[in-house]
Design a protein around this ligand. Sequence first.
Ligand code: GLP
Length: 244
Amino acid sequence: MDLKILPDHQSVIAYAAQLIIESIIANPKIVLGTATGRTMDDLYKLLSRAHTVDKIDFSAVSTFNLDEFIGLAPEDTNSYRHYMNQNLFKNTNIKIANTFLPNGIAPDLDREAQAYEAKIRTHGGIDLQILGIGENGHIGFNEPGSALDSRTRPAQIAPETVAQIAPLFGNETLVPRRAITIGIATILDAKRIVLLATGPNKTRILAQTITGPVSTTVPASALQKHPNCLIIADKAAARELQAA
Ligand code: GLP
């Protein structure tokens, strides 16, 4: 695990955006593992800008998102499909047919999950997986307790995560309790992983992720097993690491 500590949120985002842009230039057919969450908002602004201003070409790029809420249709404004369309896809020349998220309203969710996992494989796997981190250490919707060898599946969203994302829905009762998420083993299959953590809310969990034992209690700690994983953190999120 490599760790890069930068002064603030914006410098973390700028560093990550540059890394992604260079990866696209080096491999225009790159398969990106994409994430959602507030940390990603500014990242997608910079990637959108890279297309409109710097003419970075997304036409051969494919994306696989980490997860989607069960019960939300793609058109639902709270779905991750909607989030991706609005924040990134519509601002670039990416082909929508090359952008993938699990279908949260599939009639057979287990089958949908297995098909999603298979689709990642037929695309040659994920070249560069972008991750955020939940305050409880979740990656995607692999909540504490998720098996380290888990694959794409329907999963329960932890109550503390429901509370954290409630503001985005306006009301906790509106937050779905389940999602289809790619598994921890699926994430670890990515050739390269970049995790972004910013702000004081991530301080405790980032220290546990990097310096704690690999354990299902902190799903992100599984990243310690990956040979090419970079964590980019701002000073606030890395505070306990610097002190160590
Ligand atoms: C959600 C997503 C995660 C993301 C996490 C952190 O739960 N499923 O993939 O990492 O939120 O979100 P934020 O960036 O808003 O802190």
